[in-house]
Design a protein. Structure first.
Length: 258
């Protein structure tokens, strides 16, 4: 029985994809509240951005990443490969679990009250990219001469823009448009957002915090991802250019080549 279980795990281990992550405090903040994890043996990638203006955002992002690294174990993921519906539910349940952990921790320590983070998780199963996120940490993919944003920002600004496109008029007069509407550390009014996206050979995937995408425009991000010789070079250039543009927030970039 044990031998069969071990064989299943071994057979489910994917070939690691070339990947690299870089994080930087930036030029304005005094500490780095971003956290990330790369697990090549699972083809699992995570980026969390501690909420600016809240207590202990760096604790929230770190605890969230550590919790999910344990929750999304190699054995659990191996058993789900090729089963998209199970992956879908597993990713959402993981974010719900991490949210409960952060809320519980904040409730037990006055110095941590109000802490939270945005989060994006990417799991690559063969030719499919599975993403799950809350907030405005983003996932992009290259598509020839286009940069495609897979995730939707959970912010008041995005809500206003969506209402404008739909002609409902909702959100007019909203002042704090960059306020995040979904985040780890706060009760979810809606489930985390999930996407399953086919990945062609040669596609590059980017996970990043808003300290990158708010400083470097999509056209330049695409050019860097297409021209860099490796994920490490791409991540280094992206972080450097975000700093050169002002570095107004913490910056994190995780680059994966398919």
């Amino acid at each position: 029985m044990i031998q069969q279980w071990l064989r299943k795990i071994w057979q489910g281990t994917p070939d690691p994809l070339p990947s690299f992550g870089r994080t930087d405090t930036g030029r304005v903040r005094s500490n780095n509240e971003d956290s990330f994890a790369i697990l090549p043996d699972r083809n699992l990638f995570l980026v969390a951005d501690g909420m600016g203006g809240h207590n202990a955002g760096e604790v929230a992002s770190r605890v969230t990443i550590e919790t999910l690294v344990d929750y999304f174990s190699a054995a659990a993921l191996a058993g789900m490969r090729g089963r998209p519906e199970q992956i879908h539910h597993f990713l959402i349940s993981g974010l719900l679990h991490a949210n409960e952990q952060v809320i519980r921790m904040a409730g037990g320590d006055e110095t941590l009250r109000g802490m939270g983070c945005t989060l994006v998780v990417a799991f690559i199963d063969d030719r499919t990219l599975h993403t799950c996120h809350v907030g405005d940490a983003r996932c992009y993919r290259t598509d020839g001469d286009r940069l495609v944003q897979i995730t939707t920002d959970h912010t008041l600004l995005a809500k206003v823009e969506s209402a404008t496109r739909n002609g409902t008029g909702e959100g007019r007069g909203v002042v704090n448009r960059h306020v995040v509407t979904r985040a780890i550390g706060f009760p979810f009014q809606e489930d985390p957002e999930y996407h399953a996206t086919p990945l062609a050979a040669g596609t590059t995937v980017l996970l990043c915090s808003d300290g990158l995408w708010s400083m470097v425009d999509d056209g330049r991000i695409l050019a860097i991802l297409r021209q860099a010789a490796s994920p490490e070079e791409a991540a280094d250039i992206l972080v450097r250019e975000a700093n050169e543009a002002g570095g107004k927030d913490n910056i994190t970039a995780v680059v994966i080549s398919r």
